[in-house]
Design a protein around this ligand. Structure first.
Ligand SMILES: [Zn+2]
Length: 270
């Protein structure tokens, strides 16, 4: 019977490989900084973790980027919101698929209140460009507060400035919508816009009585403060004749409203 060779000594085996880790090392029993059994070098403190890319300067850059993006997108969002609100009024008055555009950036400083471009053949485009103050007034009109304020048209006539701006803005929208309808002559557009006061009001969610007063104010407060080619009178405009013969509201209410609206119009039209 032959004797099997003795199993290799584990300790010897480990030690025969230079640098090999012996079982003793794994068994512990020594502290960091000491030379462990087996001659391994002392443990050093753990290396610092890799710095994150999301440090303070990166967050600063991200914040600046988001602010810039917001500054770019916010005027777009704001303009689109009011354009969507007024679009049915413009389309309804012009009797075709038209819209209004509010300024986004620098165009807000233009001074005229609204315009419609004509193509090479003299036909009006499909949209009217409104100015910043007119769009602001329309934005206010479509708030609960703005709507409630316009009760002044049919009560005591003490309309606050914000309500008068809404009244003027609706008259401007009505005038430009007549151009979009194809009425290019300024006086004819004024006359039709005045006649369409009740329809303008209805499309904007107001009552026919409020609309009649808006038409009256267009005739008495806005139109006298426009260039000659815009001038309407009972002689050249049936709506002007009807509103003069049978005006809405009381005399005191009309007097106050005409005076106040004229002030607002001349300020806005400057
Ligand atoms: Zn015009």
């Amino acid at each position: 019977m032959s004797v099997p060779p003795p199993p290799p000594d584990e300790r010897e085996l480990a030690d025969t490989i230079p640098g090999a880790v012996s079982h003793d090392v794994y068994a512990g029993g020594w502290r960091a900084g000491e030379t462990p059994p087996g001659g391994l070098p002392p443990l050093s403190p753990p290396p610092p973790t890799r710095p994150s890319a999301w440090n303070a300067p990166a967050f600063g850059m991200l914040a600046i980027f988001l602010l810039a993006l917001g500054a770019l997108l916010w005027p777009q969002y704001r303009a689109r919101a009011v354009e969507n609100k007024i679009q049915p009024v413009v389309a309804g008055l012009s009797q075709r698929d038209t819209s209004a555009r509010c300024p986004r950036y620098i165009t807000a400083i233009f001074t005229n209140v609204g315009s419609v471009s004509l193509d090479a053949s003299g036909n009006p485009g499909d949209r009217t460009d409104l100015t910043g103050p007119i769009c602001d007034a329309l934005r206010h009109l479509y708030t609960d507060e703005g709507r409630a304020e316009l009760q002044c048209l049919v009560t005591d006539g003490r309309c606050p400035e914000s309500a008068r701006r809404s009244i003027v803005a609706l008259s401007v929208v009505a005038h430009e919508s007549m151009h979009l309808r194809g009425i290019l002559d300024e006086a004819a557009a004024e006359c039709s816009a005045i006649a369409e006061g009740p329809r303008t009001a209805k499309l904007a969610g107001l009552t026919p009585e409020q609309g009649r007063m808006i038409g009256y104010l267009h005739l008495m407060a806005l139109n006298p403060n426009t260039p000659d080619e815009y001038a309407v009178s009972p002689g050249n405009c049936r709506a002007a004749r009807e509103l003069t013969d049978n005006p809405p509201g009381t005399e005191a209410q009309r007097g106050l409203l005409v005076m106040l609206t004229e002030q607002t119009w001349t300020t806005l039209g400057e």
